[in-house]
Design a protein around this ligand. Structure first.
Ligand code: 4AD
Ligand code: MG
Length: 460
């Protein structure tokens, strides 16, 4: 074995056992006779207390080890007399593996999240970001477990694509053409000379390809990075974010909402049951009442409300919004939050949106003006899931594409699934970072993704 993990020692270590621990020094308190080192290896929130007696070889040097140094310690676990911990490590040998010095930016005091973003390469070594990225990792495993338990096929959809799934034109171009001297035969760039022989971009969603696989495997999901070049500098938008997108054949909008609710509540329960140390930390340090809020959602049935009803309620709300509401407008974050926080006071699916504000692939309802769309809105975050039943009828889908300026010829392969063995089908996308924000209480998307990409920021 390479080394013992601190989490395993603190949870199940036995006194008297010889162990080896490797990690980074959070602090050293040195006295004349004894030194205490808080050692963190990232496996859990708390650091292991290492006790070094004066008799240990190199005691004087050990006392001068700086915060941030990497060390290896061989020793014996024993009962700790100190308050707040049960076990400590009596050092029998301590090796300095990588020294640090006073310039190490993470000295003891608390730092603002803004400052920590400027040292994103070091912030995983703080309590808050240690907790965030442990929870993030654990949730990623839970996502796969949820779908594996239900027999969904995991499909890897492409990152480089020639189509704009959402039709919003917010794509990052992918090219190998020279930026100094691109081929410009007719004044515009000649994409036939580009790597793929056509214009390509980073995907905004794996849905279109996901739908193709749902027409063979019935229940599928994707989980991967997606990219949006929308220039919105908000606390909820990133240019690169991860999305989970299930797609089900032989399913309608209500099947879709049911899956989304089961999924969301499963993830709430997951963090409560499997990340309790970190969740308790968030509850104490980031958002008071977080545990109670997540528990309530894990146990509650989600409401479903028509878009039209939501607009009516907003029109009669005793507040003035920055953006006016009327039937047909795309709801702004302030509206979404008012609905979920003030009207419903919990998660709510808004369904059946006006077709003019939604993407071309959503299924037209019989009223001729709405589509079978669904957004899940939650307190604090607003929209966390966007989904719909898809238009499975070839003629209506083609009509919609033409009406929204999408060339049916370019999506011939997508339309083929409507030609042969078309089925009613539905799916949704859950923004992974928004989920983490919701479950940890962290208020900025930049603080739940390791190295955030936002307008003018891509350093690390
Ligand atoms: O509502 P959206 O745009 O839906 C789709 O992309 C569909 N193709 C999904 C599907 O039906 N398969 O995005 C889905 C979710 C949003 O609800 C939000 O949580 C997240 O993705 N999202 C973002 N998260 C962070 N930064 C951004 N710029 C985001 N844009 C969307
Ligand atoms: Mg959306």
């Amino acid at each position: 074995m390479r080394q013992n993990r601190v989490v395993d020692l603190l949870q199940g270590g036995e006194c008297g056992t010889p162990v080896t621990v490797k990690g980074w020094v959070r602090s050293v308190r040195a006295g004349r006779e004894i030194a205490f080192i808080a050692l963190n290896d990232g496996s859990c929130l708390v650091s292991l207390q290492v006790v070094v007696e004066k008799s240990l070889e190199g005691f004087a040097e050990i006392c001068r080890i700086a915060t941030g140094s990497a060390v290896a310690v061989d020793g014996t676990l024993r009962q700790s007399p100190a308050e707040g911990q049960t076990l400590e490590l009596a050092a029998g040998r301590l090796e300095l593996i990588g020294a640090a010095d006073e310039a190490y930016p993470l000295q003891k005091k608390r730092h603002s999240f803004e400052y920590l973003r400027t040292i994103a390469h070091l912030r995983p070594r703080t309590n808050t970001f240690g907790a965030v990225f442990r929870v993030r990792s654990s949730l990623a495993h839970a996502v796969h477990r949820f779908f594996a338990e239900r027999g969904f096929l995991y499909v890897h959809t492409p990152i480089i694509t020639a189509s704009d799934c959402e039709g919003a034109g917010e794509m990052f171009r992918v090219t190998t053409l020279s930026s100094q001297a691109p081929p410009l035969p007719a004044g515009t760039v000649d994409c036939s000379e580009d790597f793929f022989g056509r214009p390509t971009s980073l995907t905004v969603s794996g849905q279109l390809e996901g739908e193709l696989f749902a027409q063979a495997f019935a229940d599928i999901y994707t989980f991967g990075p997606t990219f949006r070049a929308e220039n919105s500098n908000t606390a909820r938008h990133a240019a690169e974010f991860w999305m989970i997108e299930p797609e089900m054949a032989f399913a309608d909008l209500l099947d879709d909402a049911r899956l989304a609710e089961d999924f969301f509540r499963y993830l709430c329960r997951h963090v409560l049951e499997n990340c309790s140390e970190d969740m308790t930390f968030f509850d104490a340090q980031i958002e008071k009442g977080l545990l109670e809020r997540v528990r309530r959602v894990a146990d509650s049935a989600f409401e479903i409300m028509e878009y039209s009803e939501a607009v009516r309620r907003l029109e009669h709300a005793p507040v003035s919004f920055q953006f006016p509401v009327a039937w047909g407008v795309d709801l702004q974050s302030e509206h979404e939050r008012y609905i979920t926080e003030k009207i419903v006071n919990g998660p709510v699916f808004l369904i059946n949106y006006p077709q003019d504000i939604k993407a071309f692939y959503m299924r037209q309802n019989n009223d001729g003006r709405t589509v079978a769309a669904m957004d899940l809105l939650v307190p604090k975050v607003g929209e966390i899931i966007g989904g719909s039943q898809r238009e499975e009828r070839l003629d209506l889908l083609t009509e919609r594409m033409l009406a929204t300026g999408i060339d049916p010829a370019a999506l011939w392969w997508y339309l083929d699934t409507r030609r042969w063995g078309s089925t009613p089908h539905a799916g949704f996308g859950l923004g992974f970072e928004r989920l983490i924000m919701y479950l940890t209480g962290m208020e900025n998307i930049r603080d739940v993704i390791p190295f955030p990409r936002t307008p003018r920021h891509a350093e690390f």
